[in-house]
Design a protein around this ligand. Structure first.
Ligand SMILES: CC(C)(COP(=O)(O)OP(=O)(O)OC[C@H]1O[C@@H](n2cnc3c(N)ncnc32)[C@H](O)[C@@H]1OP(=O)(O)O)[C@@H](O)C(=O)NCCC(=O)NCCS
Length: 187
């Protein structure tokens, strides 16, 4: 565990991860328009709390930079290197009452089907295990959310069983998927 990245008194961490096609960085205000488009899309928002117009989407957007500031980690904004386009958000997420250390994801619909989420997940999983020192990682996935299950499988996670989110999401059906640090580094 790196104190510099997890000490709430420390300055906001600003890690940048790079893959062949992507940059993963802390969210910035210019990411909001594309984030709001994602949340305005009924299908894309269905399993991440539901469709939202811009004003409540703004409040939700602030969760990630807020968590980066006070918790020292949160989901990254995922940017396409070749265009600078915001593709989605992905990374560590551990709110109060959460059933484990999650690597979560949500991508703009125009970014689906390119392997971008899997590529970003490889990098964020490495970062969570190496920099945050996590021993295991979970993904909370609705049993009907097949693209998300395919992604979890693609990165080597397996279904561990049904789980429960804290209020107000206690009635949202979820399965917990995941893997241990040993499983990750054995791949
Ligand atoms: C879950 C989600 C991130 C998955 O996105 P995705 O683009 O399907 O995931 P991947 O990055 O793994 O891409 C895999 C797809 O890209 C295709 N692909 C194209 N080029 C590829 C490449 N170079 N490398 C790998 N895959 C590639 C694959 O064939 C695959 O398509 P398929 O599933 O139709 O076979 C996306 O559906 C999403 O954001 N959904 C809305 C939010 C949500 O539900 N979040 C999860 C809450 S638990």
């Amino acid at each position: 565990m790196s104190p510099a990245r997890n000490d709430p008194q420390a300055s906001v961490p600003d890690p940048v991860l790079e893959t062949a096609r992507l940059v993963l960085r802390v969210p910035r205000i210019e990411d909001f328009d594309r984030y709001a488009e994602l949340l305005a899309d009924e299908q894309a928002a269905r399993y991440i709390g539901g469709q939202l117009p811009r004003a409540p989407a703004w409040r939700k957007f602030l969760q990630m930079p807020g968590a980066w500031m006070v918790q020292g980690f949160a989901m990254f904004s995922v940017i396409e290197k070749s265009s600078g386009r915001w593709l989605g958000q992905l990374g560590p997420w551990r709110p109060e009452g959460w059933p484990g250390n999650e690597i979560g994801w949500a991508f703009h619909p125009d970014a689906w089907g390119n392997g971008y989420a899997a590529e970003a997940a490889q990098s964020a999983m490495d970062w969570a295990f190496q920099t945050l020192g996590w021993d295991s990682v979970i993904h909370c996935i609705d049993p009907e959310n097949l693209p998300s299950q395919r992604l979890a499988q693609r990165i080597g996670s397996r279904k561990l069983g049904p789980g429960r989110l804290p209020p107000p999401n206690e009635n949202t059906p979820i399965d917990i998927w995941g893997q241990t640090r040993e499983e990750w580094f054995a791949r």
